[in-house]
Design a protein around this ligand. Structure first.
Ligand code: NI
Ligand code: MN
Length: 226
């Protein structure tokens, strides 16, 4: 599976030849200044919650690409009001079969308001299941016992976990989350972008390795097969 990192919690993952963009926050992110959002043409955009650092470029990329945007009910209302009509509303606990695979919305313990101050619904994570691979995208969340449900009922090839602390799980909490979801290959997200969430990369990777797990921290703009 081909994965490209655009900084913060934004990834483009190619699943069954469809490009899926998660939580686009690129143009306001100084760490991602070399990325031109006009070059990003996804087939789908998934939004985990309404915070600005997850939806900043969603409207512009949705309009320029024609992508289907998958998000909770409240975020879809906000998109519709702002000129994005190609949307698919979901909510926590629900699943839907798309042409690339199955999306299951799972619990995230986090707040969610939209950039205009309106209510952003509940924050969610996503499990994507396809013929190629199964993975979990945590969105912003605290460590929660609900993650054990994922480990019990799903088989994951890899997971993208937030681990910058302050707003979300820390590195130490993400290691426990990896145990809960029974997945040893982890890609980190939601770190370094702002002062509150800077992490020590080598220390974080070492902590995962000590627990028999592999932490990947991708370079912004990097693409790799995973
Ligand atoms: Ni957030
Ligand atoms: Mn965030």
């Amino acid at each position: 599976m081909q994965i490209t990192y655009y900084g913060h919690s934004c990834f483009e993952i190619v699943v069954n030849n469809k490009k899926i963009l998660f939580d686009p926050f690129i143009s306001p992110n100084p760490l991602a200044e070399k990325i031109d959002i006009k070059s990003i043409k996804p087939d789908y955009i998934l939004l985990s919650h309404g915070h600005y650092d997850h939806v900043a470029d969603a409207i512009e990329i949705a309009q320029s690409s024609g992508a289907v945007v998958i998000a909770n009910w409240e975020i879809v209302q906000w998109l519709n009001k702002n000129g994005v009509s190609n949307t698919h509303p979901m909510n926590t606990g629900g699943k839907w079969m798309f042409d690339f695979g199955k999306v299951k919305c799972v619990a995230a313990v986090h707040s969610s308001s939209l950039p205009d101050g309106s209510y952003g619904g509940s924050a969610m994570g996503f499990i994507i299941e396809s013929h190629e691979a199964n993975f979990y995208y945590s969105g912003d969340t605290a460590l929660t016992y609900d993650m054990k449900l994922i480990g019990e009922f799903r088989t994951l090839d890899f997971a993208l976990l937030c681990l910058g602390d302050n707003f979300t799980m820390s590195v130490d909490n993400a290691i426990i989350a990896a145990d809960f979801i029974k997945c040893r290959k982890i890609i980190g997200m939601h770190y370094d972008t702002f002062g509150f969430i800077k992490i020590n990369h080598e220390e974080a990777k070492g902590k995962f390795a000590n627990q028999g797990k592999e932490l990947t921290l991708m370079e912004i703009g990097e693409t790799r097969n995973y």
